[in-house]
Design a protein around this ligand. Structure first.
Ligand code: AHG
Ligand code: MN
Ligand code: MN
Length: 338
């Protein structure tokens, strides 16, 4: 359930109104969020015309994970980073597309930003929804002029804001600063993000499960049993759960936020720690889902409490409606092997 609004409020207006509720606020976080909003509009424009430019296809390089990089990944990375650099508030960016930390011009800047500039990039060529993900931390108080990777290794509970942009049938920007989740839809005729959902809430329970079932044979026993449970006829609804898997985490999480259910990327033979990245995929989307009333676990504990050891580390994830995730974790605990 969510609160609908009839008044037309732009993202920029909304951010300023939210800032005005905190008399001591410096406005820097507001500016940072507006910078991300601007980059999102530029990326959205490019995504929409990807088919008619030469941005499609493999750029020829590989990213730090050995995956082929599409041109749009690099474009999105550059747009986000230059938008953040412009306002001199961010000292450091960590992005999926860059091996190490990226030091920005303002070394005194307060904020550290993690980015998955383009999520679901394998879906670009087939015209399926993709997204951008961001996660914002404050630089720790100790003043050391030399920025190092350790400055960025903070657990997800320390995020000051996080969000995503979904380039789908419409472009939606969703963010949280820890006081609920707000969503904005890009009106292309105005070139503005317009508030569409204030105080987004995820259903407590849903009947959709979302997982790449191709890896079924290498899952742990509890997960196999949980998915079988989802496929059984539910007493309440008289039918089994539906399976939905887009292959762009942002799109799968957005559907989960709206309709409820569970999204899982577990550990498997191919990805012993799961495939998804803790700092710029799992933490920001966990912050959103928790703020909407859902849960995000790694199978044992809360995603946002994991103390990171490396900027690109991976984690398994079980995320979505409270009741679904609790049930999945119960299956994992009750069906351990050996
Ligand atoms: P990215 O395009 O940023 O590398 O992320 C792709 C991720 C994520 O969006 C998605 O949920 C997952 O990869 C899909 O992986 P599988 O193809 O292994 O299911
Ligand atoms: Mn991704
Ligand atoms: Mn990506």
């Amino acid at each position: 359930m969510s609160t609908k609004t009839n008044k037309l409020i732009t993202l920029d207006e909304y951010i300023i109104q939210a800032q005005n509720r905190f008399p001591g606020a410096t406005g820097e976080l507001s500016q940072l969020l507006r910078d991300i909003g601007l980059a999102a509009k530029i990326i959205s424009r490019e995504v929409n015309k990807a088919g008619i430019t030469n941005l499609l296809g493999v750029d020829g390089s590989t990213n730090v994970h050995g995956e082929s990089v599409k041109k749009l990944d690099l474009f999105a990375d550059q747009q986000m980073i230059s938008a953040l650099d412009r306002s001199l508030i961010t000292c450091m960016v960590i992005s999926e597309e860059n091996d190490g930390i990226v030091r920005l011009n303002s070394q005194g800047g307060k904020y550290i930003v993690y980015l998955d500039p383009l999520d679901g990039s394998s879906n670009i060529d087939v015209n399926v929804s993709i997204g951008s993900i961001f996660s914002i931390y404050m630089r720790e108080a100790r003043f050391d002029p030399n920025l190092v990777e350790a400055d960025a290794l903070q657990p997800g509970i320390r995020q000051v804001a996080a969000g995503y942009v979904l380039y789908g049938s419409s472009t939606i920007l969703c963010y949280t600063t820890g006081m609920g989740v707000s969503a904005f839809t890009l009106d292309p005729s105005l070139g503005e993000f317009i508030l569409s959902e204030d105080n987004f809430e995820i259903p407590d329970h849903g009947t959709i499960y979302s997982i790449n079932e191709g890896s079924y044979n290498s899952w742990e026993l509890g997960l196999k049993k949980y998915i079988k449970y989802c496929q059984e006829v539910d007493e309440e609804t008289g039918r089994p759960y539906s399976a939905r898997y887009i292959g762009s985490m942002v799109a799968d999480i957005h559907r989960t936020l709206v309709k409820g259910g569970i999204f899982i990327y577990p550990s498997s033979n191919r990805y012993p720690n799961g495939k998804l990245r803790l700092m710029y995929e799992c933490n920001p989307l966990s912050f959103i889902i928790e703020q909407a009333g859902g849960i995000a676990m790694d199978g044992l504990g809360r995603i946002m409490e994991i103390q990171p050891n490396a900027i690109h580390e991976r984690t398994p994830i079980y995320i979505g409606s409270k009741k679904n995730v609790e049930k999945a974790v119960e299956f994992l605990a009750n069906h351990t092997e050996g």
